[in-house]
Design a protein. Structure first.
Lengths: 299, 591
């Protein structure tokens, strides 16, 4: 935690304000996600320089430019792989990934599965709008069957991926779903995700007001139902989470589906990180006796 | 390099070619002999045909040569394929119970071992190769004691009984050979020197250790996998994190992530994996994060011949990733150079904050050679370039992509207070703010392109031009790049014995090429011939595109096997006689 001469500093939401304002369409769901992320960081009081916000490519992937932390705006679909490298090189950093459904579940689908199974201590916020926005409105991996887009003018015939089911089945240790129309609830989900040690996945309904006229704010508002409203729901029960994850219709659950705190994160399983601090801070030189041993082996 | 001794061991994969190979390599190295080994093998775990050649000598051995002195065929197939390669003075040691010799050239000694009789007390069936080693030592005039320690080491994991049994049969074979076979005319020489034996892949990995690499990741792909294996086995001692990743796209992105966070990071692959990495290379260049990628070339295109060598990826790496960007590309010229090049590449990548590509190939990466242990120097300079790792009282105003004369902007790693910034694969301004989407800006775009490209001047100054070796005046100038250095060198020695003088230009740095310096060096050449292990003359075409220089002749090979000295010698003679301008030597060994 950063300190000043007068004691620990309290970060405010405005401290995380980026150099430029978002260029998202007015009314875009991503504004709510950005606001919730900044609020979560401020409430957890994480210094700006200890956070790395990493994205791929897409409308929502522009987010690292709109927040004042360390940021990486990488390649389409590759944010999770880059983030894993960052976290392994410096596991003291708070690494947050933001991106869209095409980026994460389409071109980046392979990394999604493998980053989950490794339980890398990352917080992945997918802004899921069921459409390709930046390329002006094509079908996405989460578009419903029958959805008419520029690339499916007669309606999509392909079934969508269910990101919550996919994450749960791949072994994610924190799985949640938020709605950018409910930023307070989303802020709580992001906070819990950041505090969770291991891979945390937050799928966010983030409506595209320009290209998706099916899954709109009112459409979601009428359907979303908080899991927290059911006091009997047990988020440590994986089977219960799987059952909830399959629900889609008049009621769509949002909230924390699942959390498992008993699985160690990847950096905790790496013996070379047991002591000595982050790799990025270590002396690059190998000790002379170790080097000698490597040569002796060849003699 | 005249006085060398080459032993060749052949058999089916899984039959135990590697064990005697390792034993011979150790015997040679411990006698203070230089050695070089090349294994011709196939992509099969059991079966097929594997043919290992190990050549040793008092002087440095730079190729596996043209002559086999001792053949150890472990099966009939090997005997049938290779007995004809033996000339006067050579010998073949084989299991007389199961392998029948064909017709040998005059002066070739056939040495059948009664394996059943010699190993009748044994309980295991694997000893025929150990028997052959025992008999070979007798023919080579090497005392049996030298084998005892090596066998104990080789089989120690299998327990004392196995060690004792192997020693017993080896000794029996040694004695049998002493009584029944005539030894080689001169015994294997010995020197006081001691050498380390390693493969090119091990050298690349150890070079990474010397460079201070702290993160290595890979997806298994022949012939680069040896780097991963060495790294994984030594990671904990070396303090390196090693990860096997879901695909090469993940590999390069993870490597870039780690490098961006401040460690030295590296990855290795072969042509197919490198193709997947192409977009990542561009990211490294655009966000200005240093990156070292090794491409161990194998015979392409596509899956190609996974266990065979080629220098066929030059244009792939030259063209990898779209757009113009600064980078370095170098091809190590021998196995020791694999070790030395890696720290150099990391220093350049850090100084110029761009990708560096190492072009090895199967010949180097999977070949074994002896090196003076003092040459494996782990205390080489580490230059991290303009790296900001502490706040140093900075209070805002940091610009990640500050426009500078050198094109290099000081790089702050995540975690440093007062230096937050976002790097972007989109074009951006000095501050990292995108100028690609909302407000594109031709003036800023031009300034950023020129800033990045200015690094090229610095890179060119940091990398030496190539040197012409041999006499200034020569009948022919042989030009090669990367792994062909050793075989060209030996071909030149053989040509010289035939009265043909040749000098030698070996290219290590492909980018920057120093084209003007090359043209200057070649200006006085009488005849230039480019030697390369590919179909289309990739280097010849590259040299022409960069300099307009057109070579007089070409020697190319694309059958999957490396050049042997006689391939080059005969081709040079053919071209000097005016019979050809492009020679494609036939590989005479049926592997």
């Amino acid at each position: 935690m950063a300190t000043t001469a007068s004691g620990p500093r309290q970060f405010k939401i405005t401290d995380y304000k980026g150099k430029v304002d978002p260029d998202w369409c007015p009314g875009c769901g991503d504004f709510g996600v950005l606001a919730s992320l900044k609020a979560a960081l401020a409430e957890l009081n994480i210094p700006v320089h200890e956070v790395v916000t990493i994205s791929g490519i897409g409308c929502s992937s522009n987010l690292p430019g709109y927040i004042d932390t360390y940021g990486m705006h990488t390649l389409h679909g590759r944010a999770l792989a880059v983030a894993t490298g960052v976290k392994m090189a410096n596991h003291e950093l708070q690494v947050i990934i933001t991106g869209g459904d095409g980026d994460g579940f389409g071109i980046g689908g392979n990394h999604f599965i493998h980053t989950i199974r490794r339980n890398v201590d990352l917080t992945y916020i997918a802004m899921d709008n069921q459409i390709y926005g930046l390329t002006t409105g094509q079908v996405s991996p989460t578009s419903r069957i029958g959805m008419k887009t520029k690339s499916t003018p007669f309606g999509s015939v392909e079934g969508p991926v269910n990101p919550i089911l996919l994450a749960l089945s791949a072994g994610a240790t924190y799985v949640a779903r938020g709605f950018s129309g409910d930023p307070k609830h989303l802020t709580e989900l992001i906070k819990k995700g950041i505090e969770h040690t291991g891979f945390s996945f937050i799928d966010v309904f983030s409506p595209c007001v320009t290209y998706n006229h099916d899954n709109t704010y009112p459409w979601f508002r009428d359907r979303v139902k908080k899991l927290e409203s059911d006091s009997a729901y047990d988020a440590t029960d994986w089977y219960a989470a799987m059952r909830q994850a399959r629900l889609w219709g008049d009621e769509i659950p949002i909230g924390m589906f699942y959390e498992n705190t008993s699985v160690p994160a990847l950096h905790q399983l790496e013996p070379i990180l047991d002591e000595g601090g982050p790799l990025a801070h270590r002396d690059p030189r190998v000790p002379a006796d170790v080097a000698r041993e490597f040569v002796e082996e060849l003699m | 390099m005249k006085d060398t001794f080459a032993v060749a061991i052949g058999g089916a994969a899984g039959q135990g070619v590697a064990t005697p190979g390792n034993i011979f390599a150790k015997i040679f190295a411990r006698r203070g002999l230089h050695l070089l080994a090349y294994n011709a093998y196939q992509s099969i775990i059991r079966g097929g045909h594997t043919f290992l050649t190990i050549r040793a000598g008092v002087e440095n051995v730079t190729s596996f040569g043209d002559r086999i002195d001792l053949l150890i065929p472990l099966n009939q197939d090997t005997m049938d394929r290779h007995l004809r390669l033996l000339g006067p003075g050579a010998a073949a040691i084989y299991n007389g119970d199961t392998v029948k010799p064909g017709e040998a050239a005059p002066g070739v000694r056939l040495c059948p071992l009664p394996v059943g009789e010699l190993s009748k007390d044994g309980r295991n069936k694997v000893e025929q190769n150990v028997l052959a080693v025992g008999a070979a030592l007798s023919l080579m005039g090497v005392g049996f004691a030298s084998l005892e320690h090596i066998l104990a080491q080789q089989f120690k994991k299998k327990g004392e009984a196995v060690v004792a049994e192997n020693l017993g049969v080896a000794r029996a074979a040694y004695q049998y050979a002493s009584q029944h076979f005539e030894p080689f005319a001169s015994p294997l020489p010995m020197t006081e020197r001691r050498y380390a034996v390693l493969t090119g892949n091990m050298a690349l990995a150890m070079g990474g250790v010397a460079a201070g690499v702290k993160f290595y990741c890979a997806y298994p792909m022949s012939p680069s996998t040896g780097v991963l294996h060495w790294m994984a086995a030594h990671a904990r001692k070396a303090g390196i994190m090693v990860r096997q990743v879901e695909d090469e796209i993940g590999v390069i992105n993870m490597t870039i992530g780690a490098a961006h966070a401040g460690v030295r990071a590296m990855c290795a692959t072969s042509g197919g994996g490198f193709a997947l990495m192409s977009e990542g290379l561009g990211m490294s260049a655009m966000i200005e994060t240093p990156l070292v990628v090794i491409d161990v070339q194998r015979a392409g295109p596509s899956t190609g011949v996974p266990t065979k060598t080629e220098q066929g990826d030059l244009w792939q790496v030259l063209g990898a990733a779209f757009g113009d960007y600064p980078r370095m590309i170098a091809a190590p010229t021998d196995i020791l150079d694999c070790f030395k090049l890696i720290p150099e590449m990391h220093n350049l990548a850090d100084r110029f904050q761009c990708p560096a590509i190492v072009l090895s190939d199967l010949l180097l990466s999977e070949g074994h050679t002896s090196v003076d242990p003092a040459d494996l120097d782990f205390s080489v300079p580490i230059d991290r370039g303009e790296l900001i790792t502490t706040a140093n009282g900075a209070s805002g105003g940091y610009k990640r992509y500050l426009i500078t004369e050198s094109g290099v902007s000081p790089r702050a790693i995540p975690g440093v207070p007062g230096h937050t910034h976002t790097v972007a694969t989109d074009e951006h301004d000095e501050d990292g703010v995108l100028i690609s989407d909302e407000y594109t800006n031709p003036i800023k775009r031009r300034a950023m392109m020129e800033k990045r490209q200015r690094k090229v001047t610095g890179i060119e100054a940091a990398v030496p031009p190539p040197v012409l070796k041999g006499p200034r005046e020569a009948d022919v100038t042989l030009i090669g790049w990367g792994s062909t250095q050793g075989v060209i060198q030996e071909a030149i020695e053989i040509l010289s014995e035939a009265g043909i003088t040749a000098n030698h230009l070996q290219i290590r740095w492909l980018v920057p090429l120093h084209g003007e310096a090359i043209v200057d060096l070649l200006r006085s050449s009488h005849r230039t011939i480019i030697v390369e292990n590919n179909f289309s003359g990739q280097f010849a075409r590259y040299l022409r595109s960069e300099t307009s220089f057109v070579a007089d002749g070409h020697i190319r090979k694309y059958d999957g096997e490396p050049f042997m000295p006689h391939h080059i010698v005969e081709a040079v003679k053919e071209q000097l006689a005016g019979r050809s301008k492009v020679s494609i030597p036939m590989h005479g060994i049926a592997v």
